[in-house]
Design a protein around this ligand. Structure first.
Ligand SMILES: [Zn+2]
Length: 154
C-alpha cells in the first residue's frame, strides 16, 4: 500500500498542476445553467475521460496498472444539484474483507455537468478531467480528501 500511494502521488506531483491547484475547489461549483450548456459536453467529457484514463494507465507502473485497469469508469451527465465532478464507490484497495470479495466492486463515475463552463478551454478541461480521475483512483487507493488536497489531487 505504501509503495502504491507514493507512486501515484509522485505521478501526480510530476505534472504541473500548481497553476490551477488553488483556483479549483473540490466538489463545489457556482450556479449551473443546463439550458446554456453545450450539448456536446457529454461527448467531449466521454472522449477526454477515455484518453486521460489510457494516459494514466500508461504512466503508472505495472503493479498499479493491474489494480486500476479493471475499475470501470462510467460517464454520465450527472446531477446539477450535487455539483460533483466524479464519484468512487466500492471497497478501497487493501481494506477488502478477509473472507473474500463480499464488498461492493469498485466503480468510478464521472459527471459531465461538473465540467460545464470549461468546455471552451480544452487543455484546461483535459487537465481537470485527468485530475478528477486521479482523485477517484486515489479514493480506491485509500487516500482521504485532506491528504489529496494537500497533494494537489483535488
Ligand atoms: Zn473525493
Amino acid at each position: 500500500m505504501g509503495i502504491l500511494k507514493n507512486k501515484i502521488v509522485i505521478l501526480i506531483l510530476s505534472d504541473d498542476y500548481s497553476s490551477v491547484k488553488h483556483s479549483l475547489v473540490c466538489y463545489s461549483h457556482g450556479a449551473l445553467n443546463l439550458t446554456t450548456m453545450s450539448q456536446g459536453l457529454l461527448e467531449k467529457i466521454d472522449l477526454f475521460v477515455r484518453a486521460e484514463r489510457d494516459e494514466i494507465l500508461t504512466e503508472v507502473n505495472e503493479e498499479l496498472r493491474e489494480k486500476l485497469e479493471p475499475i470501470p469508469v462510467h460517464i454520465n451527465m450527472g446531477d446539477e444539484t450535487t455539483g460533483l465532478y466524479g464519484d468512487y464507490s466500492g471497497t478501497p484497495s487493501g481494506s477488502e474483507s478477509a473472507f473474500g470479495a463480499t464488498g461492493p466492486s469498485s466503480d468510478i463515475t464521472i459527471y459531465a455537468i461538473g465540467f460545464s463552463g470549461m468546455e471552451h478551454d480544452e487543455p484546461a478541461l483535459r487537465k481537470k478531467v485527468k485530475k478528477v480521475l486521479m482523485h477517484e483512483y486515489g479514493h480506491y487507493l485509500g487516500f482521504g480528501e485532506g491528504y489529496m488536497r494537500e497533494n494537489g489531487i483535488c
